[in-house]
Design a protein around this ligand. Structure first.
Ligand SMILES: NC(=O)c1ccc[n+]([C@@H]2O[C@H](COP(=O)([O-])OP(=O)(O)OC[C@H]3O[C@@H](n4cnc5c(N)ncnc54)[C@H](OP(=O)(O)O)[C@@H]3O)[C@@H](O)[C@H]2O)c1
Length: 373
């Protein structure tokens, strides 16, 4: 290999917002990729944008100490306009994503956008169209799908000995102490897309997508039916607990039973994928699981476990750097979307969330959705 080919590709990031997720993402960007055996890409944080320059400066001091060259901006637009920035990371609340991602794309930047990607599927379709027109990369920050454990679950799920999937149960719940936090907290505020579905729902969905939608027998057929039931909190009217189901019947005969709540701890296991010949049990937290167990039955349908294997994982950081590595490789290779978490999957999630909100009667306040179907 020629010397220049062995140089890692450097992705230069601009970070939008200074909240919790932006802080952990930036910390992960600054972890040396060699600690996870990655040699081909590295990350540089070039700029941080906030609605206040003081907050941007404080964020850099706290979360990227020893990096005096990172620029602090008091507007997001200055980050989009910075010629040294190649990719924008968007960590604002869900209902800001459409506007932020649109501004970034219009300024010619590639985008990694937090989940839920937008307030609704119409907004996402518009963003994806714009990204294609501008020849820019766009990806939902579905970090769980890029963790090595997800690849291993997929390998076992598809290698054949468990047979075809029949039912998947997945729940992500978290206790946000909703009686005691301000009603303006993003998890309670309908103007910020509050509630369980848009915040926690993407995680049960990623496992349904991995085990059912991505299963080779399913041939990427979308669910043939979706049901949703929402229980709202009287505090602000956002969904406190949501249950939704997906049927995959075009090529599989499989069902996903998914749920999320903002006033409960996560159940154990967090995901159970049930096959005729055994189960895969994934331990919480299902956004970053560190172990899963595969159970094999003595004969199909018996439920008698004759062999059980637990696989454990660990990493030197938060685990967000795997999605960042994917973004870097895609941009380096001139790809407009990830093969692992492509636009089809983000659209599937938003279409499901729209349908569940419709069936559950959860409408966002007037003006929150910038585009509506
Ligand atoms: N992938 C994951 O593991 C993960 C985990 C948690 C959250 N998330 C996602 O990340 C997003 C942000 O969540 P978070 O927990 O980081 O929220 P957060 O701590 O409240 O931070 C959100 C930031 O967005 C900016 N912002 C812009 N307009 C805002 C407004 N009207 N109200 C409040 N903040 C506003 C603020 O930064 P400035 O003041 O600097 O502008 C704020 O600090 C959500 O979409 C969430 O779903 C992802």
């Amino acid at each position: 290999m020629a010397a220049f080919e062995s140089q890692p590709f450097v992705l230069r990031w601009g970070v939008i917002s200074t909240g919790w997720i932006a802080s952990v993402f930036v910390k992960d960007l600054l972890v040396d990729p060699k600690t996870r055996n990655v040699q081909d890409v590295v990350h540089e944080v070039i700029a941080v944008g906030s609605r206040s320059v003081e907050s941007a400066n404080k964020f850099i001091q706290e979360h990227a100490p020893g990096n005096p060259n990172i620029r602090a901006y008091g507007t997001y637009n200055e980050v989009y306009a910075d010629p040294n920035v190649t990719a924008i990371y968007i960590g604002t609340p869900h209902t800001m994503h459409y506007e932020n991602a649109r501004d970034a794309l219009l300024a010619g930047k590639h985008v990694l956008c937090e989940k839920a990607t937008t307030s609704n599927a119409v907004e996402l379709r518009d963003l994806l169209k714009l990204a294609k027109q501008k020849n820019l990369f766009f990806m939902e920050a579905m970090w769980t799908r890029f963790q090595p454990i997800a690849a291993e679950v997929k390998r076992i799920a598809e290698e054949g000995s468990l047979g075809l999937p029949v039912v998947l149960h997945a729940d992500l719940s978290g206790d946000f102490d909703i009686e005691n936090i301000p009603k303006t907290h993003r998890i309670l505020d309908p103007k910020l897309g509050g509630g369980a579905l848009l915040d926690l729902g993407p995680y049960p969905m990623i496992w349904a997508v991995l085990a059912l939608y991505e299963h080779p027998t399913n041939k990427k057929a979308r669910p043939t039916s979706i049901t949703g039931s929402i229980l709202k909190t009287p505090l602000t009217g956002v969904d406190r607990s949501t249950v939704f189901t997906l049927n995959f019947t075009e090529h599989l005969e499989a069902q996903a039973i998914l749920s999320c709540s903002i006033n409960l701890p996560a159940p154990i296991p967090g995901v159970t994928i049930r096959y005729r010949n055994g189960n895969i049990l994934i331990q919480p937290p299902i956004y970053r699981p560190l172990s899963f167990t595969v159970q094999y039955f003595d004969k199909p349908g018996s439920g008698t476990v004759v062999r059980e294997e637990t696989k454990k994982f660990s990493h030197a950081g938060g685990g967000w750097f795997y999605e960042a590595d994917e973004v870097a490789r895609c941009i380096r290779d001139g790809r407009l979307e990830s093969e692992t978490w492509g636009h089809d999957k983000s659209l599937l999630l938003m279409d499901v969330f729209d349908e569940v909100r419709k069936q559950g009667g959860y409408e966002l306040p007037e003006g929150v959705e910038k585009l509506k179907g």
